[in-house]
Design a protein around this ligand. Structure first.
Ligand SMILES: NC(=O)c1ccc[n+]([C@@H]2O[C@H](COP(=O)([O-])OP(=O)(O)OC[C@H]3O[C@@H](n4cnc5c(N)ncnc54)[C@H](OP(=O)(O)O)[C@@H]3O)[C@@H](O)[C@H]2O)c1
Length: 157
């Protein structure tokens, strides 16, 4: 089972020049609490943006060039095979744009931190049909001049 987790702006902004567009401490904490103990899969560009592999979680990285990955990080090159092999446990899809797009059709849950702001971006979360999901607001937050909602979209059967 796949769950997507992302922080997005009003226009689904995700990233800019290899980094995040929003830096919200409460969102980082929510990400950590939600994904801890679960396997995570990310793209090679997202992995490159991290200081190190995420502790307490098996790190899978989608790449066609696995040679450079540090020991302990598991390369994935065949998305379909990975999806078939991981239908029993909850795997968190943690970005970026390419990987969200590939996994969106297979994700039962989308945890989206929806920031009520626009930002300069070169990477965007894919458009999706909200009528096919039930939306729950987990909580709302504010930090500095940003307001945001932690939303969970659950796919309807
Ligand atoms: N706001 C958020 O919540 C959030 C979360 C995560 C990331 N981000 C941001 O998103 C941006 C990165 O996203 P992105 O879309 O550029 O990259 P990405 O999804 O992180 O990674 C894409 C990588 O997938 C690999 N790939 C592509 N096609 C493949 C295939 N057919 N088979 C195997 N691997 C394949 C390539 O790696 P190789 O070139 O090594 O093959 C490619 O670099 C950054 O700015 C990051 O900060 C934002």
């Amino acid at each position: 089972m796949f769950s997507i987790i992302a922080c997005i702006g009003k226009n689904r902004e995700l990233g800019n020049q290899g980094g995040l567009v929003f830096h919200i401490k409460e969102d980082m904490q929510f990400f950590k609490e939600t994904t801890m103990g679960h396997p995570v899969i990310m793209g090679d560009r997202t992995f490159a943006s991290l200081p190190h592999a995420l502790p307490g979680r098996t790190n899978y990285v989608l790449t066609r060039h696995p040679e450079h990955l540090p020991e302990g990080v598991i390369p994935v090159s065949d998305i379909e095979a990975f999806i078939k092999e991981h239908s029993d446990e909850e795997v968190f899809v943690i970005g970026g744009g390419f990987v969200y797009n590939e996994f969106l059709p297979y994700a039962d849950n989308l945890y989206l931190t929806e920031v009520d702001a626009e930002a300069e971006a070169d990477t965007f979360f894919p458009e999706f049909d909200k009528s096919k999901y039930e939306k729950t607001i987990i909580k709302k937050g504010q930090s500095d001049d940003l307001t945001y909602s932690f939303a969970k979209y659950t796919k309807l059967n």
